[in-house]
Design a protein around this ligand. Structure first.
Ligand code: HPA
Length: 281
């Protein structure tokens, strides 16, 4: 449960610091998951700040993540990148990104692009494929909004993944001749991988990809009034769909192997957001 009395002063402090160090907020924020870190190299005039300097931000400890924000521009589009997110499997708490997302919104950010590494449930999206998240399944039915007050907690999730932003991403993929699937992401808390029976169930429910993040953040972001885009990089076939045993090392290895292509695509998507009328102040 979010302790708003404790979190609120941290958000105020964080927003004041972001304003004083970086000035007006970029319209676009990106949460970088495994495989997507290469996007940082596309940021011009990059300024880095550790999460430890931002009291509302989490201090996650997952291998392969650096905990800092990177503020700068890609082409004409100002952007803030978040390297490192709090995962529910670290503590059991699914509210870990609340302070960061609310701070971004209050700073003036309008869009959050969520990126992640996922297991694929579909043969036509093998490891290395990119999938635009059109919808999600909150399989554990956990909510970071438990205990929140007010009618805003009853968040409409029917178009959680912004239609205009999805169309934008598809247009960029087409222009780049890049195969971009579109589908449903299913959240599993982890940290253990799923069983083959769980994967069969998720597939029957209509899931196309499975992973251990994104869903709590999308709920928090929509509650905060942020627009959301989601991009999943398939790092493996989900449990039972290939002969290969699932390991964290394997997913990181595949994430790295496809990371450059994913990151270049992400950079192109961000850069061309500068042309989107709905994001102009
Ligand atoms: N399951 C859950 N999370 C994941 C997977 C998976 O197969 N691959 C990458 N993240």
């Amino acid at each position: 449960m979010i302790d708003n009395k404790t979190l609120e002063p941290k958000i105020a402090e964080t927003v004041a610091k972001l304003n004083s160090l970086f000035g007006a907020a970029p319209a676009v924020a990106v949460v970088l998951g495994s495989g997507w870190a290469g996007a940082v190299s596309h940021v011009q005039e990059a300024k880095h700040l550790a999460y430890t300097e931002l009291s509302a931000f989490p201090q996650p400890k997952v291998e392969g993540h650096v905990n800092e924000i990177v503020v700068g521009k890609i082409g004409e589009q100002a952007v803030v990148m978040l390297r490192g997110r709090a995962h529910t499997y670290e503590s059991g708490d699914c509210t870990g990104m609340a302070g960061a997302l609310r701070s971004l919104k209050r700073w003036g950010v309008q869009v959050v692009i969520q990126t992640n590494a996922s297991g694929s449930l579909r043969a036509h999206t093998p490891p290395g494929s990119l999938m635009l998240i059109a919808d999600h399944i909150n399989a554990p039915q956990r909510s970071p909004l438990i205990g929140e007050a007010g009618s805003e907690r009853f968040v409409d999730m029917s178009t959680a993944y912004d239609l205009e932003l999805r169309q934008h991403a598809k247009k960029i993929a087409q222009a780049q001749n890049l195969m971009l699937g579109e589908g449903t992401y299913c959240w599993a808390v982890g940290p253990q991988f799923e069983t083959p029976a769980e994967i069969r169930m998720f597939a029957a429910w209509g899931a196309d990809a499975v992973g251990m993040s994104t869903v709590p953040e999308t709920i928090l972001a929509r509650h905060a009034g942020l627009r959301v885009m989601g991009l999943a990089l398939m790092t493996n076939m989900a449990a039972g769909l290939s002969a290969e045993a699932l390991t964290h090392a394997l997913t990181l290895q595949q994430a790295q192997a496809s990371g450059e292509r994913a990151s270049s695509f992400l950079a192109a998507v961000i850069s061309s957001l500068a042309k989107l009328e709905s994001l102009k102040a």
